[in-house]
Write a protein of this length. Sequence first.
Length: 520
Amino acid sequence: MNAGDRPSGVRLAELVAALSLATDLGLGQPQEHVLRQTVIARRLATAAGLPDDQQTAVFYVSLLAWVACVSDSHELAVWFGDDQRLRADSYEVDKSGAAMLRFVLDHVGEGSGPVRRLTMIGRFLAGGPDRAARSMLGHCQTTGDIAERLGLGTRVGLALQQAFERWDGKGIPGHRAGEQIDPAVRVVQIADDAEVFHRVYGVGTATEMLRSRRGTEFDPGLVDLFCARAVELLGGLDEVDAWDAVIGRDEDLGPELSEAGLTGVLRVFADYADLKSPSWLGHSSGVAALAADAARRLGLPAGEVMLIERAALVHDLGAIGVSAGVWDKPGPLSASDHERVRIHPYLTERTLARPARLAEIGALAALHHERIDGSGYPRGVRGDGLSLSARVVAAADVYNALCEARPHRPALGAGDAAAVLRDEAAAGRLDGEAANAVLAAAGHRVRHRPTLPCELTPREAEVLVLLARGLSNKEMAERLSVSARTVGSHVEHVYAKIGVSTRGAAAMFAMRHGLAGPRD
């Protein structure tokens, strides 16, 4: 069986649920908002007696309805400063008519001086509402594209196009009203706002909000049903494990993906993360291509190359949790901006915390801003705490970013980017071996190391030296930040290549070939 055809152990439903955790960041909501919304939506769909196919549609529509919130982050930041705060505050209003206009005007130019605010309000009134409508249409189109790439079928894709329609027909694009709107969408719209109001204010205020928007924003029949059974539909949400409640059922909510399929979905995640800022277009995929090529040049095993590529694809997923107003700032960042930026690798790790296969990827991805000398972030990991895989991803991220324009600087030419990467390695912040491999992958000429004996790879030579020094497989695994199983595989390859079977003989080989330098 081809390696890409092997089962990955991850279901599509689990990946979509993980993506919803990134959506929470973009919405300015606490983690698992969308998952709790989905719990409510499925309860409401059951109470409403929706048939099985519509209940399955509710699952995916709920998890994906707001996934493209990042697609207009740049535009929202231009008008409102903090795109996440605007989205979070928008739950407080019925999103139509005079109330919505007042809400928007209150937020235009937020954080600016009074003269600039008045200017921006005038410009917004002159053309902003049309831009807002186009933004919502773009959101729907982007969501539909993501659903199509995930292979979720026509039913889910068409429903997602209706996410901003309203019962009263005053939504976006305004092509549907009332029962013309897909039932899954009508259920999810209620569940979304109900989750926020219940979490912040309680059951009573949540039902009051729904009644106030009955027949305008929301399906009146579903509102009546919800309010009559609110305690049941909202019961236990504070205690429930939303992840288990959403994906822990026995129903088939998506097939197990192949290894190639898993990587394909993570490519969707990469493009999704890069939507946060126009200057990031293609960044994550570019880092992944460089990192994977560099890993192969270093002779790393195929499984480790695949892990590196996947981690590089999703390394910036947590950046969705930082306002586009920060990422797109043309000048120096403030101290508070820096603190927000420093947390994004941690948010990547938390977004990919479950299931176990994603957690492994997320843990590596979260290290992309760490540095060997401890000067990186968010944790200040240093030295042996950074595996060769982490060092490769970090070097690939730096080089690729340098070659891309950012709001605060122009793109560097390939030669200048290479010089910066070499300087970072010389200063002890990046790994020299990883940097050279990335530069070679990018097409630069690099000084080659002397050829290692017996066709040993750099990692195998590293294992050989540690083995010669008497470290156990477990100790080597901790030192190299890999699994003991991976170390065992390396040890077998080393013994086979150098033709010995004992530590003493391996030590002699290492010394004879000049591989055993002084202790670290």
